[in-house]
Design a protein around this ligand. Structure first.
Ligand code: HGY
Ligand code: MN
Ligand code: MN
Length: 420
């Protein structure tokens, strides 16, 4: 490990990076310093155009693939060498913050800018990628761009998924690609035997540990497993005033019975299992009509597949047993096994943090990331920077400029070592 700090790492510019993040945060800004920038919307495209302008000024070539993943490439001396990748996502939660996802894309861009500014040329090409729809809040599930790119699921399999307004993913993707028709295309995925040499994603921790332990950098060892389900409880709509309870097939009441049963079934005294119902839709959603349909989401996570498997597999039976007079369907829409990152990439990140004398620790990720799908086809790892009070998926999400710059310098050093 070269312990000297390369000029390109020193060229990482804290103010330039912060300025870009704050300019992007204005696109989809919501009260409380938050951001709502949903995937494949005009806001998403506006942010991408801003990023593309900066990337071209840094000498990168820009391409888009069939899943609308956006690629910023800096050539190396050996153009045929497998590239080193970095990046993250640009879409946000509906009540999102200014850093989740977008920090990793801007950090990758900052590395390209620093390499360009310092005239540093690496042997391997370096590519920054902005993955499509990581959050899964407009179109569920998340990580569609990285799942399609890694071959985990074909992009066509998402086409029929509709957002809250009934817009199908396939149509939103087609509209998006048409709006970016001026950007050169690249094939989705990679040729056999031409997988990237390595991938490192910089991201905010979205948890309290780094701040609580006074650490600057998280060297991420892996990502806990996650499974998403969609539960639909079906009854009959009826008049709230005239229909006796004994004759009702009330989807709200049976959904409540199912939720209570699920809470009991998913209880974990060690508080490691994460069971979340974040979205509930009621039809016809009228105060004086008995509900004929309730649809709710389940997000289930655990670091151990031996726990996540059985607990997730039990969900359908728990729901069915809880119903009194409605019917229900339970569909699994997302399943990402627990991920262990590549030891070589983890060592590159840890070595970079040590070389730059950053206080760091090895740690797993509670949040999922596109890196979990990239890691199935290429050696992957992540760099975390602290989140104030561990807050994320909330407008109050915050990381200081100097903390973000430290993360980007570690990213730059690790990428340089891997691209040598
Ligand atoms: O849900 C997640 O873990 C990620 O932040 N989208
Ligand atoms: Mn994220
Ligand atoms: Mn997120």
């Amino acid at each position: 490990m070269d312990r000297a700090v390369p000029r390109s790492v020193e060229a990482v510019d804290e103010a330039r990076q912060w300025g870009r993040l704050m300019e992007l945060a204005r696109i989809g800004a919501i009260p409380g310093d938050g951001v709502n920038r949903q995937a494949l919307t005009a806001l998403d495209r506006e942010a991408r155009r801003l990023l593309i302008g900066w990337a071209e000024a840094a000498g990168a070539t820009v391409t888009v693939d069939a899943a609308a993943n956006l690629w910023l490439r800096r050539e190396g001396t050996d153009p045929g060498a497998a590239p080193v990748l970095t990046g993250s996502h640009m879409d946000s939660q509906p009540a999102g913050g200014r850093f989740d996802g977008i920090y990793g894309v801007v950090a990758g861009l900052e590395v390209l800018s620093a390499l360009h500014q310092s005239g540093t040329v690496t042997r391997r090409p370096i590519e920054v990628v902005a993955w499509t729809n990581e959050e899964g809040s407009r179109f569920a599930p998340g990580c569609m761009g990285s799942m399609a790119w890694s071959g985990f699921r074909p992009v066509e399999s998402f086409a029929g998924i509709a957002d809250a307004d009934g817009v199908r993913f396939g149509d939103a993707l087609a509209e998006h690609l048409a709006a970016e028709a001026d950007i050169p295309r690249r094939p989705l995925g990679f040729a056999p035997g031409a997988a990237p040499h390595a991938y490192i994603e910089a991201h905010i921790e979205q948890g309290p540990r780094l701040e609580a332990e006074g650490l600057e950098i998280g060297v991420v060892t892996g990502i806990q497993g996650s499974r998403w389900f969609e539960v639909t409880v079906s009854g009959d709509s009826a008049h709230a005033g005239t229909t006796p309870v004994s004759l009702r097939r009330d989807a709200v009441q049976d959904a409540l019975r199912a939720l209570n049963a699920l809470n009991d079934a998913m209880h974990d005294p060690a508080d490691v299992l994460r069971f979340t119902v974040g979205r509930i839709a009621v039809s016809p959603n009228s105060s004086n009509s008995v509900a004929d349909m309730v649809r709710f989401s389940i997000d289930l996570r655990h670091p151990d597949a031996a726990v996540l498997g059985p607990r997730g597999d039990a969900i359908a039976g728990v729901v069915q047993a809880a119903l009194r007079n409605c019917t229900a369907t339970v569909a699994e829409t997302f399943s990402a096994a627990p991920t262990e990152f590549d030891p070589g990439v983890v060592a590159a990140v840890e070595g970079a943090a040590a070389a730059l004398e950053c206080r760091h620790a090895l740690m797993p990720s509670g949040a999922f990331h596109d890196a979990q799908f990239v890691s199935r086809v290429a050696p992957a790892g992540m760099v975390f920077v602290p989140s104030r009070a561990g807050i994320s998926h909330n407008p109050a999400e915050y990381t200081a400029p100097a903390q973000l710059a430290a993360g980007t310098r570690v990213l730059a050093k690790a990428l340089l070592d891997l691209a040598a």
